[in-house]
Design a binder for this molecule. Structure first.
Ligand code: NAD
Ligand code: G6P
Ligand code: MN
Length: 467
């Protein structure tokens, strides 16, 4: 039996502990020989690394687990690189979200001005990281979660056009499926999605029952329309422990009711209801503050407690607190997670398993349009349903999309594509255009003001826009 080696880049990420625990659970389907976590921030990664040592000692015989800040040690002899870095760290996330509020528009990690600012840092660091991984492991599968994934995908498409083993993904569509499929009594491993859009700006067009071939989306939309309170209650129960995502899914349902013919991404809220989204936060308090106090501090406390104890098995930190060992599939195994995101690790590992077994599951990943949606720009990196196997990703055709979605997407593509060109060409003109054309920013003077503050806050994390 072949055993695989994995590096997690962004070892200090809040999502790493859940990923490590799920790797321990998945050992039958995804057998490992080596796991290394890699970060540029030694101090941030160390507690997760020390906790990881205890975890693997207790739950995974024969795996060589380590943590490092050394690239050679991290990237040599690797079969899979799972990437979840935050270029500039949480400190700059704070600016991404706060600065736009100074000028009256939404500050968000991946949408609008904040997403564009983060996009610049991410593109620069992701390209370097991919080149480093390829230097030591040219054949490794690189599966990237790092945001803003749409912008990262646009840049990696241009720099690594022939790299068939580089895949950009997002866990949001999976989370949406898990939120609405219970209405028709289904689990996501029973269905195949159909979806189109840019990342964090897309729509489900079908949810096909694998057994019967029936599309369940019309039935789900009918339930939303006819029995909205039932759906509201179901979502409220599901997200009872999480104010932010609980509120987001209530607003998501409102959006479904306004456009009751498809199931959009929750992130469409930022573009379609900017006034409501704007009111959630302020220049003093944004999602960054919530994450810092919530997921950020929980993960640190969790690792520190386990390090102090020196073991997990048989203690209150036993892996069974998060993972049901009796579960029939990975998608059903996580009962509660440390980062409060049940699908993040599961979706990634399901993808890896589909690849190693050439299972050709239909998953949503980012891929060059090239006719998937013939009435959208062929260069767009669409998030769409693809067969995933050893040969790589093969997209399924979607067909033409309506004018409303086409208009929104072409606008966003202009913004993201201009941004990537601005980075590569060091062009301030294109940078300004990327910001001004963005639906959430809208105004040239506002774009100039935001850019001025962002340049100061980002310092060396941004290239100089000299042309
Ligand atoms: P985090 O800030 O807690 O962790 C990110 C880690 O990356 C930090 O430890 C940081 O030191 C490290 N890092 C930064 N630059 C690096 C580099 N160049 N090389 C190696 N390590 C580096 O962030 P988080 O909230 O845990 O999220 C991690 C990333 O995953 C973010 O980009 C986030 O947006 C993304 N994410 C994406 C999805 C998705 O749907 N695509 C879902 C969840 C998280
Ligand atoms: C979802 C999105 C991600 C995002 C994550 C966390 O899973 O798909 O792209 O990074 O939420 O967002 P948060 O605001 O909680 O850090
Ligand atoms: Mn995402």
């Amino acid at each position: 039996m072949r055993r695989y080696s994995v590096v997690i880049c962004g070892g200090g990420s809040t999502y790493t502990p859940d990923m490590l625990e799920l790797l321990c659970y998945s050992q039958k389907e995804f057998p490992l020989r080596k796991v290394v976590i890699y970060d540029i921030d030694e101090k941030r990664q160390a507690p997760i690394g020390e906790y990881g040592k205890i975890l693997f000692w207790d739950y995974y015989e024969g795996v060589d687990f380590s943590y490092t800040t050394d690239k050679k040690e991290a990237f040599e002899d690797i079969d899979f690189a799972f990437v979840q870095i935050r270029a500039g760290g949480t400190e700059l996330r704070n600016y991404d979200e706060k600065i736009p509020y100074r000028y009256g528009c939404i500050g968000q990690e991946t949408c609008g001005a904040g997403g564009l600012a983060y996009g610049i840092r991410s593109v620069v660091q992701m390209i370097e990281l991919i080149q480093d991984i390829r230097k030591w492991s040219p054949e490794a599968w690189i599966i990237n979660y790092s945001n803003p994934a749409a912008i990262v995908a646009e840049a990696t498409k241009r720099v690594f056009p022939e790299d068939k083993k580089l895949i950009n993904i997002c866990d949001m569509p999976t989370q949406i499926m898990d939120s609405y499929l219970p209405l028709v009594g289904k689990k996501r491993n029973q269905i195949e999605p159909r979806y189109f859009g840019l990342n964090h700006y897309g729509w489900f067009t079908g949810l096909i029952d694998k057994e019967t071939g029936q599309d369940l989306l019309p039935e789900i939309l009918k339930i939303c329309k006819n029995r909205p309170q039932e759906v509201r209650d179901s979502l409220a129960k599901m997200y009872a422990g999480d104010k932010h995502w609980g509120g987001t899914f209530q607003e998501h349902l409102n959006m479904v009711l306004d456009y009751p013919y498809s199931l959009p991404s929750t992130y469409c809220l930022y573009y379609l209801y900017p006034d409501t989204c704007y009111r959630h936060y302020s220049s003093e308090h944004t999602r960054y503050d919530e994450v810092l106090a919530g997921r950020g501090s929980n993960v640190k406390k969790y690792c520190d407690a386990i390090i102090k104890l020196g073991r997990m098995k048989g203690t209150e930190y036993d892996i069974s607190a998060h993972i049901n060992a009796e579960a029939k599939s990975i998608s059903e195994a996580t009962s509660s997670t440390i980062a409060y995101n049940d699908v993040h690790a599961a979706y990634l590992i399901e993808l890896a398993i589909s690849i190693i077994n050439n299972r050709n599951d239909i998953c949503l990943v980012m891929v060059k349009n090239n006719g998937i949606v013939p009435n959208l720009n062929p260069e767009m990196m669409l998030e769409a349903a693809c067969r995933i196997g050893k040969q790589g990703i093969e997209p399924l055709a979607i067909g033409e999309v309506p004018l409303f979605e086409k208009g929104l997407l072409e606008n966003q593509f202009a913004s993201e594509s201009l941004l990537v060109s601005a980075i590569f060409e060091k062009s301030y003109q294109k940078l300004l255009q990327a910001f001004a054309v963005n639906r959430i920013i809208c105004d040239t003077d506002r774009a100039k003001n935001i850019l001025k503050d962002f340049m100061e806050a980002n310092g060396k994390y941004w290239p100089e826009f000299t042309r």
